[in-house]
Write a protein that binds this ligand. Structure first.
Ligand SMILES: [Zn+2]
Length: 217
């Protein structure tokens, strides 16, 4: 990795973000659902052309190598792509990870890291910082990418940053009934809300506490 060259605009001070080293690209988790096309729940929201309102039809489109939802009336092709969920594992000076007990569905009452859907006008890092602040009251600075996880059945890709806590104060919010730190060897595995949270926590622990065997299993 190289520092000091081609620095992008950096509104949240992420010059040390190791976005190009090997930890950025592994582990890449491919989940069940890959290759099965648009999930049914998502296809059910795509009945009409967003340009002209006519019915969309699933079929082959010239120049494409797979079936697409397209509009016979105006030719519009409704591409369906995953959304990115930006999350942080905020780590305390004592090496504990701050998790929140979710106040809303899905996973109400269970534990997860702060995160949410990336907005269209922000960077990945800024989105992860924003979501963490909104849900926990903690101001964080991402320091490395823990992992990138695909859930085709949910049409999402989740990125998890390990983050340093640089300010703010823990605050319960409607989205977080409780926010508290957990030691790597004391993660409440049976009460973790999402598989992507399990994967991220496991990958984080594998690096910070390699002596812990098969965490979360
Ligand atoms: Zn149309």
């Amino acid at each position: 990795m190289s520092h000091g060259t081609r620095k992008p605009p950096n509104p949240v001070g992420l010059s040390d973000l190791r976005s190009t080293d090997e930890t950025s690209l592994v582990p890449l988790t491919v989940d069940a659902g890959a290759g099965r096309g648009v999930p049914a729940w998502l296809a059910a929201t795509l009945n009409n052309c967003s340009r002209c309102g006519a019915a969309l039809r699933l079929g082959m489109v010239p120049g494409e190598d797979r079936e697409r939802l397209a509009c016979d009336a105006c030719g519009f092709v409704a591409y369906v792509n995953p959304r990115l969920v930006v999350t942080c594992l905020p780590v305390t000076d004592a090496g504990e990870v701050m998790l929140l007990r979710r106040g809303i569905e899905p996973g109400r009452g269970l534990w997860a890291q702060p995160g949410g859907f990336m907005e269209i006008d922000e960077t990945v890092e800024a989105g992860a910082v924003r979501e963490t602040l909104e849900e926990t009251g903690l101001l964080v600075e991402p320091v490395r990418i823990v992992g990138l996880y695909t859930r085709p059945e949910a049409a999402i890709v989740v990125i998890a940053f390990e983050a340093r806590i640089v300010g703010g104060a823990v605050a319960e919010t409607p989205e977080a009934l409780e926010v508290r730190p957990f030691r790597p060897d004391a993660i409440p595995w049976p009460e973790i809300a999402f598989r992507t949270s399990e994967w991220a926590l496991r990958d984080w622990i594998r690096r910070v506490r390699p002596d812990l065997e098969r965490p979360g299993r």
